[in-house]
Design a protein. Structure first.
Length: 454
């Protein structure tokens, strides 16, 4: 029996080491030219489905009302420091890497105890940062997490009535704006090395999220990994509307909803493949292979394409959605084989797609229609996994924030030059929220409001 367990443990260890060696080998390859693929001749009108109504005025999703980091409006300062343009700064209890969301005069964050024994949602008053309430979610066994992960890395979302948040083993919870639990739904025990990290999507009357499952059992024991899943819950009750299995694989991404012609597709970019689902039934519509084994970035949409980045300096694929079955050979418009982000999502504005190679601290500006590299800029010291926050763009500039709290301000393409660097002086893994001329940053220990005094 002992020999059998040792053999099983050895097999999982060899598998994990082999995966890491492949990833490191790909990361070390020199830059290669863009490879243009053969896309489908069928061209459908494609657009990101974004919140409507008052949601457009706030920051209801971790990438904002555009769902891809694009900020409308003016009056946002482009310079700050630990003291310059800081309107208020308050401590945040617990530990978490989730991004703040904003509605009205409220800011919502998730947080957790260092050991995961308590997980909660926090509400702050936006005008001065005062903590209004701290509501704990039902307890659960703590997952095994990576050193850069936390038990509150999934960002919440809101429709202006309720706040919806995902906490791995603790499930999904809906709270009202007074901090009262409206409903709570458990999704089962999560078994993914590094722990969970994806954020839920609010689409019409439902909450949609996917959770991958994959364990290399480096500690020994355990059996074959259970399948991952994508699930839709009724936003009013938490009742499961549908749930579909996904083959075991690693991945920590978040889904998006895309209008493709006269149908809607839920796009999931994860380990080794990009998948599209019917939001009403959960039916798998199409699959495109080509992602790296480990995938985190959320896709962006434009020019009737969906842009998916993956892996440690892996590829970016520009895909024409709307297909059926395996579309790997028919719907890829172009592919950049190297230099893509491992953790941060890309950002698309106009004719330019911006990415950050967080394994080398190199930002790239691509022609979004062809994939051609327009320019590249080194952002600080070259570091492995040095960026976690996703970029934003506002008032003609692109902002990349690294894990040390340094925000690199660049001009948009085709110029694409480094203008200056802002430093908060504290670890920053969460993406910022921007509303009405104010930046809201969550650092390792604080929530800050940056803006011009009025």
């Amino acid at each position: 029996m002992i020999s059998h367990l040792l053999l099983k443990t050895l097999k999982h260890s060899v598998r994990y080491i082999g995966l890491m060696l492949v990833i490191l080998w790909i990361s070390s390859l020199p830059e290669t030219r863009i490879q243009i693929g053969h896309a489908s001749d069928v061209s459908l009108k494609v657009s990101m489905i974004v919140p409507t109504g008052k949601a457009k005025d706030y920051w209801p999703h971790w990438r904002g009302p555009s769902v891809q980091g694009i900020v409308e409006g003016k009056g946002y300062p482009d310079r700050w420091s630990e003291t310059e343009n800081v309107l208020w700064k308050i401590p945040v209890p617990g530990r978490g890497h989730s991004s703040p969301i904003v509605w009205g005069d409220r800011i919502f964050l998730t947080t957790a105890a260092e050991d995961g024994s308590r997980r909660s949602i926090l509400s702050f008053r936006r005008s001065d940062g005062k903590l209004l309430w701290d509501t704990a979610v039902p307890e659960s066994p703590a997952e095994r997490i990576y050193r850069k992960n936390s038990y509150a890395s999934s960002s919440p979302t809101t429709d202006g009535e309720h706040i919806y948040a995902y906490f791995g083993n603790s499930g999904v919870v809906a709270l009202d704006f007074n901090g009262k639990v409206v409903w709570h739904t458990r999704l089962g025990i999560i078994n993914l090395y590094h722990g969970p990290g994806g954020s839920p999507l609010l689409y019409k009357d439902r909450i949609i999220l996917f959770q991958e499952q994959m364990s290399f059992n480096r500690g020994g024991g355990g059996g074959d990994p259970v399948p991952g899943f994508i699930v839709a819950l009724d936003k009013k009750t938490g009742r499961q509307l549908w749930r579909k299995e996904r083959s075991p694989r690693p991945g920590w991404g978040s889904p998006i909803a895309v209008q493709v012609g006269d149908r809607v597709e839920i796009i999931v970019s994860s380990g080794r493949a990009i998948d599209a689902y019917n939001p009403d039934t959960g039916e798998l519509l199409w699959t495109c292979n080509g992602n790296m084994p480990e995938t985190i970035p959320m896709p962006v949409v434009g020019h009737d394409l969906v842009y998916c980045s993956s892996g440690r300096a892996g590829p970016t694929l520009a895909i024409r959605p709307g297909g059926k079955g395996d579309v790997t050979d028919s719907h890829v418009a172009w592919k950049s084989p190297k230099g893509s982000p491992f953790v941060p999502s890309p950002i698309l504005l106009g004719d330019y797609l911006y990415t950050i190679n967080d394994m080398a601290s190199i930002a790239s500006c691509h022609n979004a229609r062809t994939g051609e590299i327009i320019g590249q800029v080194r952002l600080g010291e070259a570091r492995r996994e040095g960026f976690s926050a996703s970029p934003v763009t506002v008032e003609g500039k692109v902002y990349f924030t690294n894990d040390d709290g340094e925000t690199f301000v660049l001009s948009q393409g085709p110029d694409f030059k480094l203008l200056h660097v802002n430093r908060l002086g504290e670890q920053t893994l969460a993406s910022p929220a921007l509303v009405e001329g104010r930046w809201y940053f969550r650092t390792a220990g604080h929530l800050l409001c940056i803006g011009k005094a009025r």
